[in-house]
Design a protein around this ligand. Structure first.
Ligand code: G6P
Length: 623
């Protein structure tokens, strides 16, 4: 979703802002802009709709117009209030009397209508349809009303704002100073070397520029100059810890792959190996997730677990439910966060709540987490972003260890979620004396063979490519994905993946549900992708479902291991994609690869923007 970059004290301020914005492109946006102060302290802006490339074309002329500068802010906007347009793009500028400020902002100011009415009555001349534009006017108005400084204006404004947001402001005539604040959306200070400092929504924006960062807490207000960083909480000076981050792997580019998504699909063998090395014991070959004594006690006594997530993370949660119920015999409820947060579900005292999120910033998941926390739950977070808002709010964080995922459609983070959930369930099952050490070691042994198996799958993609070419050019625009047991959430994950990047409509159902409705969709030629394994005890049922599709002349596509495909009735015509035979608990991994690649190759055959699909964002920080 939106990205913020602010610079003070660096003579390459505009270049650093635009490079930073390009690093945040992956988050999804539909317009972009920069503002800078010239040597006289006058404010200039430059904005463009569409991809950053359109803005970059205007930057040489803008840089010439501004001349020497060391103060600049920039933004990539994902439209919420008002269409993507130059007028609605950030930075927004507001003038009241002698005061002019520019603001970039992520998130939503929920009471913007009331603010707009009040500020208009005081003379503010709004030009955009955005909630953001209220911010520079509100700050300028506070200064007009006697606020001692822009810092005081931000401090006065903050308690009046509703919603989740992060903002950075600069003021005309005040070079080398930036002000910022956040609530529910990330903002951090990048500590420059020498006389420069930075404010960004994501440290990745400063890869190669900074290694040390301070992550702001909710309702912190920050004032940054080239030599000073002042942070205030409730009006008092506070110090936030400095974290040193190595961003080199995150900023390593596509490494020869055509898209980040393809690179990330290919990284999965290494991700699995990394997780096993970090989260299993080298000699005992048992899971070794580390929990404090308090968390271990909560887990030992837990009688129910709530898992909450969105999108792909939700389907990982569905797989986790299966693991936890089968291996640790704990009842698990899985909810999409946007439902959980408003349903006010009864939560048992001493319950365990698990949030799963690649970004750790998804607004709905974060709000659900806060709700569970307020109701006395023990909060565990499975996230790929150990410095995220969710990680900071959690009682315990399980790092996914997938390294940065850039493509919007999640692949390696999904695999990392599922693997960490499996290790977690095995560990709980062992602690509860439901599993023997030998049984757990057997699964871990199979997991250790997984990187090689996944690598082999990645090297044999011809049948998937040819199926993808057919799907990309098929006359209809709909697909059905079916699976049972662990393969039911995998069917859903396959369907969301192809929807996200190829824009084909795809429905998913547990196979047994097909005859209760979706079968009405089956007509000659409708592609029905069935997932089946020979060793999960469900094959016979799945084969019956295939017959039901074939009888209605639907196009039967079977993704299955060879023992399962060999049981296909001889008269049944099907397109077959073979996966290796794996331990039944490992099915999500062997099926992920063909499902991800099918989505990827269909999208490339259709020529869509694979890494940044339309309307989607990598980190959804608004409701
Ligand atoms: C967005 C993305 C999905 C992703 C979901 C959850 O909707 O488009 O691909 O699965 O967010 O993201 P999270 O960061 O919480 O895992």
């Amino acid at each position: 979703m939106c990205g913020i970059v602010g610079v003070v004290g660096n003579s390459k301020a505009i270049e650093i802002v635009t490079t930073g914005l390009s690093r945040l492109e992956y988050r999804g946006y539909d317009s972009a802009g920069v503002a800078a102060l010239d040597e006289a302290g006058d404010l200039h802006t430059c904005k463009e709709v569409g991809k950053l490339a359109a803005l970059l074309e205007k930057i040489p002329a803008f840089t010439k117009r501004v001349g020497a500068t060391s103060t600049a802010i920039g933004h990539t906007r994902w439209a919420t209030h008002g269409e993507p347009s130059v007028t609605n793009a950030h930075p927004h500028v507001g003038t009241m009397g002698p005061f002019t400020l520019a603001v970039v902002h992520n998130g939503i100011i929920e009471n913007h209508t009331a603010l707009r009415t009040k500020l208009s009555a005081s003379g503010a001349k709004f030009v955009s349809a955005t909630d953001t534009e209220t911010l520079p006017f509100a700050l300028a108005h506070a200064l007009q009303q006697g606020a001692a400084s822009p810092l005081a204006a931000v401090q006065q404004l903050l308690p009046t704002l509703h919603g989740n947001f992060a903002l950075v402001a600069m003021a005309q005539g005040v070079p080398d100073e930036l002000w910022g604040t956040r609530r529910g959306a990330p903002l951090c200070v990048g500590l420059g070397q020498g006389a420069a400092n930075y404010l960004v929504s994501d440290p990745l924006a400063l890869a190669g520029i900074c290694e040390r960062f301070m992550f702001l807490e909710d309702n912190d207000v920050v004032h940054v100059t080239p030599h000073t960083i002042e942070i205030f909480a409730a009006g008092e000076r506070v110090v936030r810890p400095v974290q040193t981050l190595d961003l080199s792997a995150d900023a390593s580019g596509k490494q020869g792959f055509k898209h980040f998504m393809l690179k990330e699909i290919h990284e999965q063998p290494a991700v699995v190996a990394r997780i096993l090395s970090a989260h299993t014991h080298a000699t005992t070959r048992l899971p070794a997730l580390e929990f404090s004594p308090t968390i271990a006690a909560s887990l030992a006594s837990a009688t129910a677990i709530n898992i909450v997530a969105c999108g792909t993370a939700y389907y990982a949660g569905m797989v986790g439910k299966y693991y936890l119920e089968q291996l640790a015999r704990i009842p698990v409820n899985v909810d999409v966060a946007s439902e959980f947060r408003y349903r006010n579900p009864p939560l048992v005292a001493g319950g365990v709540f698990i949030a799963i999120s690649q970004s750790g910033e998804t607004a709905d998941t974060l709000a659900a987490l806060e709700h569970a926390k307020a109701h006395g739950q023990t909060i565990l977070v499975f996230t790929n972003s150990p410095h995220s808002s969710m990680a900071r709010a959690a009682d315990c964080t399980i790092p996914l260890l997938a390294n940065r995922e850039i493509a919007v459609a999640s692949t390696k983070a999904f695999t990392a979620m599922v693997l960490n959930l499996l290790l977690f369930a095995l560990q709980l099952g062992l602690q509860r004396n439901l599993l023997t050490a030998a049984a757990v070691q057997e699964v871990i042994q199979q997991l250790r063979e997984l990187p090689t198996q996944l690598q082999e799958q990645l090297e044999h993609t011809v049948p998937i490519q040819s199926l993808a070419n057919n799907l990309a050019t098929m006359p209809g625009r709909s697909l059905l994905y079916l699976g049972r047991g662990l393969l039911a959430p995998m069917a859903s994950e396959g369907a969301i993946k192809i929807k996200e990047i190829s824009y084909l409509h795809a429905e998913s159902y547990p196979s047994g549900e097909m005859k209760h409705g979706p079968i009405a969709l089956v007509e000659p030629g409708l592609p029905v992708i069935n997932l089946a394994a020979s060793n999960d005890g469900l094959l016979e049922k799945t084969l019956s479902n295939l017959q039901e599709v074939a009888a209605r002349r639907g196009e039967v596509i079977l993704i299955a291991d060879s023992a399962a495909t060999s049981q296909l009735p001889a008269n049944l015509q099907a397109i077959v994609i073979t996966v290796p035979t794996v331990h039944p608990l490992l099915l999500p991994f062997s099926f992920s690869i063909p499902l991800q690649l099918l989505a990827y190759f269909t999208a490339t055959a259709k020529g869509t923007d694979v890494d940044q699909p339309r309307n989607l964002a990598k980190s959804v920080t608004v409701e």
